[in-house]
Design a protein around this ligand. Structure first.
Ligand code: PHE
Length: 339
């Protein structure tokens, strides 16, 4: 009997490591230690033995049952760990591998706007987003274009129903608001979306973006204007850019200038982008007209300032060589995916 028990123990202990699933283990355990298991049957025969035999064999059988129970528990842990290890192997994922699907990117217009804002915030400017719906007063009268002034014809306007409300035709519509709301010195950069009643073609759209900046303080002159423009353009094109100024008319500046910059692609030698001239026409600027300063609640005898504004679309087109302005408002992903 003892021998039989010993044999059972070694058979079980030998077999256990080959079991690889929990189900198989439970089944095997039942066949040994369960109600009708081998060991249980042996224990049932104990009653047929003599009292001495019963005590030795009984003790041995109990010991073996303990040993086997422990062995089964240990195997159960082994199998569990093996399952976890196998899952870790098969479900492992390298989070540093680049995603197969390209993630989205900022619109080229946004990228350049952020670059421009970056240059100006470094020079101490505050950013004010321009209003899209504004009033006739802010868009025109406050910047020196009264109702009967011929300069109103320079910008064909979308009028809204109601009390002289218009879609902003220029970010200059923010000049008066900012002068009234802020203490001097004022250093403001004003990006915004503007609207004009234009026929749409490769270089005109009825909806486009401008960036304006104004500085108002004592003793502000053309040299400050020149410095900020040159700094911004050199930042955008990553190389030294020079500018030239020609007389230009804008009702809210005096003197008013048109600013061209040296072509960053040919350094002034003449190429396709600058149409052979070496210069790119770019923006309107000037010293803020005394009427506009006064309308902004400041004394033009004490304060002066400069303003300039440019079409962001045009700058983005030049920077990336985009041939047609209509791409900007189009949802064509083939265009957008290039940026
Ligand atoms: N607001 C002018 C335009 O839209 C541009 C400009 C801004 C000119 C500031 C001079 C000074 O045409």
């Amino acid at each position: 009997m003892l021998q039989k028990l010993q044999q059972l123990q070694s058979t079980v202990l030998e077999h256990l490591p080959s079991i690889s699933t929990e189900d198989a283990l439970v089944e095997y355990k039942n066949s040994i230690l369960g109600k009708t298991g081998e060991l249980t049957l042996i224990l049932k025969w104990l009653k047929d033995l003599s009292p001495e035999e019963r005590s030795t064999v009984g003790k041995a059988a109990n010991d073996i049952r303990d040993i086997l129970t422990e062995a089964f528990d240990a195997e159960k842990n082994r199998i569990k760990n093996e399952v976890i290890a196998a899952r870790l192997q098969s479900e492992w994922e390298d989070m540093t591998v680049p995603l197969a699907q390209k993630s989205g990117s900022l619109h080229p217009m946004t990228q350049v706007r952020l670059d421009v804002e970056d240059t100006f915030t470094r020079m101490g400017f505050d950013i004010y987003e321009s209003m899209e719906v504004t009033t006739e007063y802010l868009n025109f009268d406050a910047v020196n274009v009264p109702k009967t002034h011929p300069a109103r014809d320079m910008q064909d306007t979308f009028w809204l129903e109601g009390d002289g409300n218009v879609l902003a035709t220029q970010t200059s519509c923010m000049q008066n608001l900012i002068m009234r709301a802020k203490d001097t010195p004022i250093r403001a950069i004003i990006p915004g979306r503007v609207f004009r009643n234009e026929d749409v073609d490769a270089t005109h759209d009825n909806t486009f973006y401008q960036v304006e900046w104004i500085v108002v303080d004592k003793w502000i002159g053309i040299s400050h204007l020149k410095f900020t423009i040159t700094t911004m353009l050199s930042d955008i094109f990553g190389k030294e850019v020079t500018i030239r100024m020609r007389p230009g008319y804008f009702p809210f500046v005096e003197p008013g200038v048109e600013v061209d910059f040296s072509c960053p692609f040919c350094d002034g030698d003449g190429c396709r982008i600058c149409k052979g001239s070496g210069w790119i026409e770019f923006m309107g600027a000037g010293l803020i007209h005394p009427h506009v300063i006064r309308e902004g609640g400041l004394d033009p005898e004490v304060y002066s300032g400069f303003a300039f504004g440019f079409g962001l679309n045009r700058l983005v087109m030049i920077r990336y060589g985009i041939p047609d302005m209509r791409y900007f408002m189009s949802p064509d992903v083939r265009f957008l995916r290039q940026f």
